[in-house]
Design a protein around this ligand. Structure first.
Ligand code: SF4
Length: 78
């Protein structure tokens, strides 16, 4: 499948915990109670993680869908 990148606008996280509840293999809450995308690298103000399986895309899309402030995005990698 095409590669995708998860983009997390961490600075706007409101600490609800929904992403970590629905996709704990990818998301956890850090010591500041903000969501942390495991293994992500910082790109400017955002955090990004490349994924390359349908399973990863599906579970992270669920996390994106439940995020109340819409700060998780799945983008096709260029
Ligand atoms: S679902 Fe969104 S607002 Fe809630 S903890 Fe995760 S990134 Fe933050």
């Amino acid at each position: 499948m095409e590669k995708h990148t998860i983009v997390h606008i961490k600075k706007d996280c409101i600490s609800c915990g929904a992403c970590a509840a629905i996709a704990p293999d990818y998301w956890e809450m850090d010591e500041q109670a903000l969501a942390k995308l495991k293994g992500a690298v910082q790109k400017g103000e955002n955090w990004e993680l490349d994924i390359n399986t349908e399973e990863a895309k599906a579970i992270n899309q669920e996390a994106a869908d439940v995020c109340p402030v819409n700060i998780i995005h799945i983008k096709k990698k260029e």
